[in-house]
Structures are given as structure tokens and as C-alpha cells.
Ligand binder design. Structure first.
Ligand code: AMP
Length: 287
């Protein structure tokens, strides 16, 4: 595995790796890797000849009062995990490399960036769309892999790729969970033992709605109420919404199209997100 920190070196290394028509798969991350990230790496390795992982904690997707400065980092551990997983190229630029002085061009997503996390994290998806499009231009992958865990991010990225005619296939990988159901997240490390237990309310609520859906319930209000019984125990429920999986607009009852049940909640001072897709997924491409 080659660890690279500059765009110039990345470009020359990738063009060499591509020789003989090899395909390139790309997994963008913010590091502090866990099995969710590694599932994306595995998916890339199944589909592509060469896998590139990036680790970059992107400042433009954090709001002024968010956790940029304390976001968990452990580069030596991440590097070893990537090496052991058979990653070919690890790209770990610093902020100056990605945003050199004078940088002033952003990618502004539209309606898909407004509901759910977008309404609580103004500018977040603008930062995501900007960094993802920059990384796409740096790596020029054939396929890029994203986790369903960040459902709205998948929708925004897919739309961006389509709107900007980027020649990249987007693959969504299902959410990887701890054995008790908690969605894996780098932010789980902020949780105390007691908070970790209480965080289970999120996945329990979502799974309760899935069970109802599987029993035939198609009324959005009832499915939301079922999930809310569990989610009411979190310290602060930021949102719990059932949205159309393609448009992210509120799902219509009776559900006749794939819908995503999405939640964001605070456990103590840690904000966690999770979602489940009811029915065969649409826009995000994950089942
Ligand atoms: P992050 O490092 O949190 O920005 O995540 C990098 C990529 O890993 C994104 O595409 C996430 O959606 C994905 N990811 C994060 N957690 C999980 C998980 N538990 N299961 C699957 N993918 C995940």
C-alpha cells in the first residue's frame, strides 16, 4: 500500500496503477475506521482492480459549533487497517492540500440537501458535495462507494454525479451494525458506557417500525409512532422522519414506494444518525 499526501503524487500513482485498463474503486472517509468503512473497502475490492481510500476530516462540512476540532483521529491505526485490508492507495491530504489559500469555489446541492440533516446542519451538504467532487476529480475513480448509514449524503452525491455528468458509478453499501444493532460510527467513541446503552433506542425504534412494515403496516403516521415510542427515550430527538427514498419528501400514506425512516438524536452531547429503508430502496440504491 502507498500512503500519499499530495494531489500530484496521487495523480501519477493512480495513472500508473490504471495501466493495462485496471478499474479504480474509491472509498472516501474521514478516518477513525471501523467495520462500516471496511465493508465499503470490501465492496470496492469485489468490483474493482485497485482500491483507493481517502482519509480527510473535511472542515467545510462542519458547522462553527460542531465537533471538527475533536473529531476522533488515529492515523497509524487507520493506516494499518487499510494495509491489512489490501487497500492499494491511501490518500491522506492535509487541509491546505485540499483547500489551498484563495480557494473559493463550492458545489451547492439543491432540494435534497434541505430536509433532515440539512435543516439542522446548514452548509453541511455544500461542504460534502464540494469535497466529494474535488476528491472525485483527484482520484477519477470508475466506481465510488458510500454507506447507507448516511442516507441523505448518498442521495445528494448521486444527484450531484447525475447533474454534473460525472462518469462515476455510485454504489451504496448497507449499514454495518454492532451485534446489538447500534449503527457503527466513528462518533460512537464519544459515548460513555451508560450512553452507549441508551443509544440503542435509535436502532430499536427503527427496527420496531421495520417489523410493523413487514407485518403489512403502510400508514406513515403509525410507523413513525411505533419508532417514536423507543426514540422518545433519547436525550434530544432532532428528527424522526419517513421520507420518499428518492425525493426525501415526506412519504405519502399508504406507502406505495420505497421510503426511508431517518433519525438524528443526541445521546448526551453526541449526535448520532441512523436510518432503515422500508421496501426495495430507490434513490439511494441500497436494499
Ligand atoms: P465517515 O468517515 O463517517 O465520513 O464515513 C465514510 C463512509 O463510510 C461514508 O460513505 C459513510 O456512509 C460510510 N459509513 C460510515 N458508517 C458506516 C456503517 N456503519 N456502515 C456502512 N457504511 C458506513
Amino acid at each position: 500500500m502507498q500512503t500519499i499526501t499530495t494531489v500530484a503524487k496521487l495523480r501519477s500513482t493512480i495513472s500508473e496503477a490504471r495501466s493495462g485498463g485496471k478499474s479504480v474503486g474509491f472509498v472516501p472517509t474521514m478516518g477513525y475506521l471501523h467495520d462500516g468503512h471496511l465493508a465499503l473497502v470490501q465492496a470496492s475490492q469485489m468490483q474493482c482492480d485497485v482500491t483507493v481510500v481517502s482519509i480527510f476530516v473535511n472542515p467545510t462540512q462542519f458547522g462553527p459549533n460542531e465537533d471538527l476540532s475533536v473529531y476522533p483521529r488515529d492515523f497509524p491505526r487507520d493506516e494499518k487497517l487499510c494495509h491489512d485490508a489490501g487497500v492499494a492507495i491511501l490518500f491522506a491530504p492535509d487541509a491546505q492540500e485540499v483547500y489551498p489559500p484563495g480557494f473559493h469555489t463550492f458545489v451547492e446541492p439543491g432540494e435534497l440537501a434541505k430536509p433532515l440533516c440539512g435543516s439542522f446542519r446548514p452548509g453541511h451538504f455544500r461542504g460534502v458535495a464540494t469535497v466529494v467532487s474535488k476528491l472525485f476529480n483527484m482520484v477519477q475513480p470508475d466506481v465510488a462507494f458510500f454507506g447507507q448509514k448516511d442516507f441523505q449524503q448518498c442521495a445528494v452525491v448521486r444527484r450531484m454525479v447525475s447533474d454534473l455528468n460525472l462518469p462515476i458509478e455510485i454504489v451504496t453499501v448497507p449499514t454495518i451494525r454492532e451485534s446489538d444493532g447500534l449503527a457503527m460510527s466513528s462518533r460512537n467513541r464519544y459515548l460513555s458506557e451508560e450512553e452507549r446503552r441508551r443509544a440503542l433506542a435509535i436502532s430499536r425504534g427503527l427496527f420496531a417500525a421495520v417489523a410493523e412494515f413487514q407485518e403489512g403496516e403502510r400508514n406513515a403516521r403509525k410507523l413513525l409512532a411505533m419508532a417514536k415510542q423507543h426514540l422518545d427515550t433519547v436525550d434530544r430527538l432532532q428528527y424522526l422522519e419517513l421520507v420518499d427514498a428518492d425525493t426525501l419528501e415526506p412519504a405519502q400514506s399508504p406507502l406505495g414506494r420505497p421510503a426511508a425512516l431517518c433519525a438524528a438524536a443526541y445521546i448526551g452531547s453526541t449526535r448520532l444518525i441512523d436510518n432503515v429503508v422500508l421496501g426495495i430502496s430507490g434513490g439511494c440504491g441500497a436494499e
